[in-house]
Design a protein around this ligand. Structure first.
Ligand SMILES: Nc1ncnc2c1ncn2[C@@H]1O[C@H](COP(=O)(O)OP(=O)(O)OP(=O)(O)O)[C@@H](O)[C@H]1O
Length: 489
């Protein structure tokens, strides 16, 4: 069995598009930013000294002179660590205001590392603060080297924690681990423009819209675009964007913070952030309600989002590949899809032909699935009989490649010995072998069978099939509707 060839390898030189693609949607890249530290102390000279010290060490610094100021800053600024004094009211060393501030910071974001500064010799204060959730403490007056080392350790620890939490979230979202390039098996002429387009646009950051009937391989194309791009080592996050209820949509795409709503027990990273630096695959985009389209458009226009319940702005660098089986131009004309969103999504459009329009691919796809599933079931020596191949070629495949894959897997399980026969395929209604069962069929089954055969012969063309059956086009359409036969054009 010949191995399907990958479309191209990532090392293949990039061929520039003949017509320059329009500029991609500006979901802009975040600059690699230094750690941002909030320093809270009521003494201006202390704040200034710390600001200079931390800046020299490569950190960005924001300062606050009171607990209220610190909390207000945390509301609006994305901070990586808080360095805070325990005492605010002058001449007191009780640390009460500081402990209060610490617990309020923890309530807002329990993952934010806090390092407290205690008065020299106040060991109880330090112990209490650590019990209250501070990650570490330094004593005043501080030793510069020790202070910087403490902060660096806490920042690294927090980064590692964030990374592992993000990986956990990512793992939940990644539908399947991909090794190497996903297989886009094809040898038909109809798929040549598809392959060419993938080669040309994959390396760019352009947003791509993949269109085609169910099961034609839109997600395979999306994965291939990602795997062949410079983003290949970052996440590919797939989300069924047409099937989300109003309540779930924002949280799924943009994330939420703990406490944003009753069930929000912990922070949740949204798909946009999970896909940061990588590719977000928005499947079934044509079924997205208008209200959700507006929210999506805003993020694509600005490259900025707010997790639900947070006023902090996050920036993301995401390439969006979307897919639909809906005619979006028609949906725009009927007011069901926003035109401005369509223009953001379809910088490049890749239309995938239905399987009946590329019958040359059927034998290769069948062999591919037979080999793949054969491996899975420990049956590596299976072959299709010529009769099985003929039946596959005669069938109209309304469910496209997905249906073919299922039929081959089922046939593999039905088969005895090394051969998969036409009968194992169970394509009773359309395969040739159906003829031998003619006498067992009802009149309606025979009619359906003949219509499917005629359509398959004419590659789904209704006018030609109607001619062959001696029916008018509209009479055939009525019957197609009656029998629920899909895949006609
Ligand atoms: N050209 C191809 N080569 C190999 N496998 C393919 C090909 N096209 C589709 N498949 C397989 O067929 C199945 C359906 O493909 P996929 O999910 O990409 O279709 P889709 O167009 O995204 O479907 P839907 O519109 O229902 O979401 C998958 O298991 C996929 O791996």
């Amino acid at each position: 069995m010949s191995e399907p060839q990958p479309v191209f390898s990532p090392t293949t030189p990039v061929v520039p598009p003949t017509t320059p693609a329009p500029a991609p949607a500006p979901v802009s890249a975040p600059a690699a930013r230094p750690s941002r530290i909030l320093v809270a102390d009521d003494q201006a000279d202390v704040l200034e000294a710390l600001r200079l010290l931390l800046k020299r060490d490569g950190h960005a610094v924001v300062t606050a002179q009171s607990p209220a100021g610190a909390l207000a800053t945390l509301e609006t600024e994305d901070v990586d660590l808080v360095l805070m004094d325990l005492n605010y009211a002058r001449d007191t060393t009780s640390g009460k205001e500081g402990m209060d501030l610490l617990s309020r910071i923890r309530a807002q974001d329990a993952t934010l590392p806090v390092v407290v500064m205690t008065a020299w010799g106040s060991v109880e204060g330090a112990v209490e603060a650590m019990r209250g959730g501070a990650r570490d403490y330094v004593q005043k007056p501080w030793d510069n080297t020790r202070l910087l080392a403490t902060l660096r350790t806490q920042l690294e620890l927090s980064r590692a924690l964030k990374r592992s939490r993000r990986l956990e979230d990512e793992n939940q979202h990644l539908r399947r681990a991909q090794s190497g390039l996903p297989d886009l098996v094809s040898e038909s002429r109809a798929m040549v423009p598809v392959r060419r387009m993938i080669e040309r646009v994959a390396p760019s950051a352009a947003n791509v819209l993949v269109t085609g009937e169910h099961g034609t391989g839109k997600e395979v194309v999306a994965r291939l675009l990602h795997a062949s791009s410079t983003r290949a080592d970052r996440a590919f996050v797939a989300v069924n964007s047409g099937g989300l209820s109003e309540g779930v949509f924002e949280s799924e795409l943009f994330g939420h913070v703990k406490g944003a709503f009753t069930d929000a027990k912990t922070d949740r990273t949204g798909c946009f952030e999970l896909a940061d630096g990588g590719t977000l695959f928005l499947d079934e985009i044509g079924n997205m309600p208008l209200s959700q389209q507006a929210k999506l458009l805003r993020v694509l226009q600005t490259g900025e989002l707010h997790p639900v319940g947070s006023s902090k702005t996050r920036r993301v660098d995401v390439r969006v590949v979307s897919a639909t089986n809906v005619d979006l131009a028609k949906a725009v004309a009927e007011g069901r899809f926003r035109e401005d969103l369509l223009y953001r999504l379809n910088t490049v459009e890749i239309p995938l032909p239905a399987l009946r329009e590329r019958r040359e691919d059927i034998p290769l796809l069948a062999s591919h699935f037979l080999a793949e599933h054969g491996k899975r079931y420990g049956r590596n020596t299976l072959r299709m009989t010529p009769g099985a191949l003929e039946a596959l070629l005669a069938y109209p495949w309304p469910g496209n490649v997905r249906e073919l894959e299922h039929a081959v897997e089922r046939a593999l399980l039905m088969s005895v010995g090394d051969e998969v026969s036409a009968e194992d395929l169970l394509l009773r209604r359309a395969g040739r072998e159906g003829l031998s069962r003619l006498e067992e069929m009802t009149l309606e089954e025979v009619e359906r069978y003949l219509i499917e055969r005629a359509l398959a012969r004419q590659e789904g063309n209704v006018s030609e099939a109607a001619k062959g059956l001696g029916l008018s086009r509209s009479a055939l359409y009525r019957r197609l509707q009656y029998y629920g036969i899909k895949g006609a054009r």
